[in-house]
Design a protein around this ligand. Structure first.
Ligand SMILES: Cc1ncc(COP(=O)(O)O)c(C=O)c1O
Length: 374
């Protein structure tokens, strides 16, 4: 088939037509095992853990969307991230991770490094000079997240990849909020891309899923595949089906959320709150975002309402359209006071509200926020 654009790959799931039946929607393969033929030879598959066609299709589609050599799905975003980090590091190695990143991964990485004798520096990765200073001869992995949850700082993936590769380290990017629609880390030099597919890729707040995509098949990728094979944190067929179904509308959903987020960010900026959104010219890394992101700047933004945690929670309580819940990337707009979840040790400002913009009418979302802030 002649090469087609990512939107077409996603919408048609790589033109997947079920061979035996002609079904346009690939079936959910529930069988855990595969029969041998009359001569006792394998017909190509043995057992579900690595080979179930339903997750394998989602993996092929995601690898194509990210421009990677291969992808693997996992039972959650955390399962994917922790497999990648464990595969890339051994005791005595050094890892660099960002100051702003998904909270649960930050705390896991801290515990993992202490327990397994891995040296760890938390660095402001938006500053390539700081990453360069932090590099050591033993640095094997630079973990990035961009846009970074929940303040949406942007890291220049190409600049960091150059620094990391010069020092012999791999670069892995948590691109959950970038999605392949906005950011394609492999084209910018990253070695691994990670997704909490629970969020935008699946897109409907009804699947827990994770994924990794690799730029090439190398020893680290083989180690990741081995970890998944041995430990078994695979994506079950029904979840993989829902993920694939979600990815078919990825471009339409993400572009719409992103347009609405840009509108809300611009409208709210003049209304006495501090808006954190990479699409605003006032954002500290706006120039990097313009260079690195396509089709908009994402469906996530945060506002700082002033007046501390109590005022932020008060604003949430007054909202009637936005749903007060954790998570992000679904069709319904969610608001969360991250400080309540992360506790007093977090770098997240107490007056910050994280907004995940869904597919509702932009005026309903804006009116609700304006009323709650007044
Ligand atoms: C940026 C980011 N990375 C990773 C994760 C973890 O994903 P999961 O909840 O699927 O384990 C999340 C979840 O909120 C996230 O927002």
């Amino acid at each position: 088939m002649k090469p087609v654009r990512p939107e077409t790959i996603a919408a048609q799931a790589l033109h997947a037509i079920d061979d035996p039946t002609g079904a346009v929607v690939p079936p959910i393969h529930l069988s855990t095992t595969y029969a041998r033929d009359a001569s006792y030879a394998l017909r190509g598959r043995t057992y579900t853990r690595d080979e179930n066609p339903t997750p394998v299709l989602a993996e092929r589609v995601l690898a194509a969307l990210e421009g990677g050599a291969a992808a693997l799905t996992f039972a959650s975003g955390m399962a994917a991230a922790t497999a990648a980090i464990r595969a890339a590091l051994k005791p005595g190695d050094h890892v660099i991770s960002p100051r702003v990143a998904y909270f649960a991964l930050r705390s896991w990485l801290d515990r993992f490094c202490k327990r397994w004798g891995v040296h760890h520096d938390v660095v402001d990765t938006t500053d390539p000079a700081a990453v360069k200073r932090a590099m050591r001869p033993t640095t094997r992995l630079v973990w990035l997240e961009t846009p970074a949850n929940p303040t949406w700082e942007i890291t220049d993936i190409a600049a960091i990849a150059e620094i990391a590769h010069a020092g012999g380290a791999l670069v892995a990017v948590d691109s959950t909020c970038g999605t392949p629609v906005h950011t394609r880390p492999i084209a910018l030099g990253a070695d691994l891309v990670m997704h909490a597919a629970t969020k935008y890729l699946a897109g409907h707040s009804d699947v827990l899923a994770g994924a990794l995509v690799t730029a090439r098949i190398d020893a680290t990728w083989e180690q990741i595949a081995l970890l998944r094979h041995d430990e078994g944190p695979v994506l079950a067929p029904f979840e993989a089906y829902l993920l694939m179904r979600g990815m078919r509308t990825l471009y339409a959903r993400v572009e719409r959320s992103s347009r609405t987020a840009q509108h809300l960010a611009s409208e709210l900026a003049g209304r006495g709150v501090t808006v954190r959104y990479p699409g605003l010219p006032t954002h500290p890394q706006h120039a990097v975002a313009v260079r690195q992101m396509q089709h908009g700047f994402g469906g996530m933004l945060s506002i700082q309402v002033g007046g501390g945690a109590a005022r932020a929670v008060e604003v949430v309580k007054r909202l009637q359209v936005w749903v007060p819940a954790t998570s992000l990337g679904g069709v319904e707009s969610l608001v969360e006071h991250r400080y309540t979840v992360e506790g007093p040790d977090t770098p997240t400002p107490p007056d910050l509200l994280r907004l995940s913009v869904g597919l509702e009418h932009e005026a309903d979302l804006l009116d609700d926020l304006v009323a709650a802030l007044s």
